[in-house]
Design a protein around this ligand. Structure first.
Ligand SMILES: Nc1nc2c(ncn2[C@@H]2O[C@H](COP(=O)(O)OP(=O)(O)OP(=O)(O)O)[C@@H](O)[C@H]2O)c(=O)[nH]1
Ligand SMILES: [Mg+2]
Length: 309
């Protein structure tokens, strides 16, 4: 007797957790493309980013979200709102934490992490606990972490993995696919990877370099707007995409830092972002950057709505 074909499953998964646990790294890993920007700093992701992964028997639509933190100021409030509201719109949440134990092998579960777990519980969305960064934690520390988290929520599953090396990510994807609703058809066309337009990706790649190449409060004060994205020459031989973008910072002193001595830092930022863009677009890119001051924009609701889309 032929066995029944397994049913096709499709649905939405929210990547949720404290800042810096590796949500965006995981999104990029499952997509096989650098769609969400990643830096060693917390609060890198500011908006919700959709990434679609197709398997023979499933389609998973992941929402990468900003890290949940104690929000102060308009920008931070908005970031946390985006993350938490996503919980209500998905079929499952992947609540991500980092592997590793504290001194003496103690498992410390911070208040912030407990608050995220509470939000997940309140949303009543089925949740998988993802323990990321197992590549940098000794094996024997894993079991106590799993034990400590087991009692905190009725997890659908607990999956350790490494978004950086890819270890166990296939299992994680299979676990998530298995809890998606049965679906007649995929939710998105097979060739759709993300909801991010190329000009949004261009702005984000520039912001990523600003975050990587500056210090202290500056990374959190910068927003990037693409003013021009001209691909009229793209399809010609040796085609070129012309992009001009504005880096907005909050103070004159920050503007001077981003520009650097004789424009050196701005040039570095531009070159690194351009190389990423050329890889993404498969075309030569001409990238022009200017820096402007927009006084305390991160504290103003209207400015945040305009600059963080
Ligand atoms: N060793 C190790 N580092 C990782 C892993 N996953 C992510 N990282 C690093 O952790 C840092 C934060 O990664 P992100 O993907 O930006 O984290 P995030 O959760 O999206 O952070 P926010 O957007 O700020 O909420 C980066 O330096 C990553 O390279 C992992 O599996 N192993
Ligand atoms: Mg992120």
């Amino acid at each position: 007797m032929p066995r029944h074909k397994p049913q096709f499953r499709a649905g939405f998964v929210a990547l949720i957790g404290r800042p810096n646990v590796g949500k965006s790294t995981l999104l990029n890993r499952v997509l096989g493309q650098h769609i969400a920007i990643v830096t060693p700093r917390p609060q890198t992701t500011r908006t919700r980013i959709l990434g679609i992964v197709n398997g023979e028997q499933y389609q998973l639509a992941f929402f990468d979200t900003p890290g949940v933190h104690q929000a102060r100021g308009a920008l931070n409030r908005r970031m946390v709102e985006v993350a938490l509201s996503t919980l209500k719109e998905v079929d499952a949440a992947l609540l991500m934490i980092e592997a590793g134990t504290g001194p003496g092998g103690r498992v410390e579960i911070g208040e912030g992490t407990r608050a995220v777990i509470e939000e997940v519980a309140r949303s009543r969305t089925p949740a998988v606990l993802g323990i990321n960064k197992v590549d940098r934690a000794p094996r024997e520390t894993l079991l106590p972490v799993i034990e400590a988290y087991k009692g905190l929520h009725a997890w659908t599953a607990i999956v350790p993995f490494s978004a950086a090396t890819g270890e166990n990510v296939e299992d994680l994807v299979a676990t998530l696919a298995g809890i998606m609703p049965v679906s007649e058809a995929p939710l998105f066309p097979a060739d759709q990877l993300t909801d991010q337009a190329e000009r949004q990706l261009a702005a984000e790649y520039v912001r990523e370099q600003v975050m990587l190449k500056t210090r202290q409060e500056l990374p959190y004060s910068a927003a990037v707007e693409v003013e021009e994205f001209d691909e009229s020459l793209r399809r010609e031989t040796g085609g070129l995409v012309r992009i001009s973008a504005i880096i907005r910072v909050e103070r004159d002193s920050q503007k001077a830092i981003v520009i650097g001595k004789k424009g050196a830092l701005l040039k570095e930022i531009g070159t690194a972002a351009r190389l990423r863009l050329e890889r993404l677009l498969g075309a030569k890119v001409y990238l022009a950057l200017t820096v402007k001051v927009d006084d305390r924009w991160t504290e103003k609701d209207a400015a945040v709505r305009r600059l963080v889309t």
